[in-house]
Design a protein around this ligand. Structure first.
Ligand code: PA5
Length: 446
């Protein structure tokens, strides 16, 4: 099994009878998921996606990525939430958070449409000056405001800089196969279009065209990514949590939640994992945070954040559980050299690798934090590569579904995301929202 789960740092926090008591609930959640009879069962396409994906479209994605690599300096992926986080997380994890600054023979990849900041969008436009640009607008609904605004801006930019005809060859659309204004526009203009399957929700969509096209443009092997997910699908299928680390993780977080832990802190010791944390936060936050329930997903990168949040984790309110994702093999190695003057007193580290020092930082921290009253889980990922990432993505998706069912929520809807949108549209004067506008403005004292 690719990923392993260490539960020894839960000793003293979770007792044997608690594990035994929760197994029937794990089995029930597994059956609900696999029978397709649970809430949100219209959105289970991700379960078999690693083997059932559209192979023809997959080949088109690979061909489009190869074309973009030839004719593009800057590739802009326009999307938000589930139409953004997975692609960025995968590229930063596999290639580096400094991917754009590195020497490479693939395009720079930037992300737009994930905020409404005119400063961020203007900066990106400036970066594009004099460069060959292609864009990929990604929106399942085709109506989300943030990416729609960015798409307007970049479509106009392309039409102005390369002309309407060439712009059509530089615009790639990822959206629903039949519905939505984006699909209608793509058909009218003849943009190359790839599909977000109906039965895969945004936060579960990184292994569809949503994530795969940008990930492939950055030069990652998307076939290996899918192979890793397929392996996880096969291996993480046993309802017995002692044989299935994915379910044991789901069980542990539910036990700890019921014992008063309110926040799950996802911890990594590798900066390249920062955006994976963001992807995980959306997956768990949108799937479980409903009906007044759910662990709040938060994240840190250690040892960086030991110098900011470490104090709270060690000594603050007892609301946290930590899940540590450890990459067992560093991608690049550095060894500490001897300094004849030993001015910093660090010669005791001579000959030791930074990976070893990072490991000791983890060991020291996990013991200190458990001593301080924070239960820890540790997930081991053997190395940084496409196959392991595919496995990890599927691991978290399946654990999320099972954990959500154990919590008694529908893990596949997101009713709460609509509330701010309704208010924003009303305040902006969108037709049809007149009554809400008046009442909201009164509350704002206008
Ligand atoms: O998980 C979700 O469903 C959301 O985060 C969506 O992905 C996000 O709101 C973007 O939606 P869309 O792809 O329709 O533009």
């Amino acid at each position: 099994m690719s990923i392993t789960l260490e539960t020894k740092y839960l000793d003293g926090f979770v007792r044997d009878h608690e594990w035994n008591a929760i197994q029937p609930q794990v089995t029930a959640a597994h059956e609900l998921l696999h029978s397709g009879k649970g809430p949100g069962n219209d959105f289970l396409g991700w379960v078999d996606l690693p083997v059932n994906y559209d192979k023809e479209e997959f080949a088109r994605i690979q061909a489009a990525a190869a074309r973009i690599q030839q004719d593009t300096d800057i590739f802009i992926a326009i999307g938000i939430g589930g139409s953004y986080l997975g692609a960025r997380a995968a590229i930063e994890f596999l290639k580096s958070p400094n991917y754009n600054a590195k020497k490479k023979n693939t395009p720079d990849v930037y992300f737009a449409g994930n905020s409404i900041s005119s400063t961020a969008l203007s900066e990106l436009l400036e970066l594009c000056e004099g460069k060959r640009v292609s864009i990929n607008v990604i929106s399942k609904s085709g109506t989300t405001t943030e990416p729609a605004i960015a798409f307007r801006v970049f479509r106009e930019y392309l039409e102005k800089t390369v002309g309407a005809e060439e712009a059509k060859t530089r615009i790639y659309v990822t959206t629903d196969k039949a519905r939505g204004t984006l699909k209608a526009l793509a058909d009218r203009e003849g943009y190359e279009t790839v599909v977000v399957p109906d039965d895969v929700g945004g936060r579960f969509s990184v292994l569809t065209a949503v994530g795969l096209l940008p990930i492939a443009v950055a030069g990652c092997d998307i076939a290996a990514l899918m192979a890793g997910a397929a392996k996880a699908r096969q291996e993480l299928d046993d309802p017995d949590m002692e044989k299935n680390p994915c379910y044991k993780y789901a069980a542990a977080r539910n036990i700890l939640y019921r014992k008063g832990r309110q926040v799950e802190l996802m911890v990594s010791y590798e900066p390249c994992y920062t955006m994976m944390n963001e992807w995980w936060k959306q997956l768990y936050g949108e799937s479980e945070g409903k009906d007044g329930k759910g662990l709040f997903p938060a994240s840190v990168v250690f040892s960086t954040d030991l110098h900011s949040l470490g104090q709270f984790v060690q000594d603050g309110s007892n609301i946290l559980m930590e899940t540590v994702v450890l990459i067992d093999k560093a991608q690049k190695e550095l060894t500490i050299k001897n300094d004849p003057e030993n001015v910093d007193g660090l010669n005791f580290l001579t000959g030791r690798t930074m990976a070893e020092i990072n490991e000791k930082a983890f060991e020291g921290t996990v013991l200190a934090h458990t001593d301080g009253g924070t239960p820890n889980l540790v997930l081991h990922v053997p190395s940084v590569c496409e196959e392991e990432l595919g496995y990890l993505i599927y691991f978290f998706e399946k654990a999320c579904a099972v954990s959500g069912y154990m919590l008694g929520v529908n893990p596949f809807d997101q009713p709460g995301v609509e509330s701010y949108k309704k208010n924003m549209f009303a305040l902006l004067g969108k037709p049809g929202y007149e009554a809400e506008k008046a009442s909201l403005e009164k509350r704002l004292g206008r």
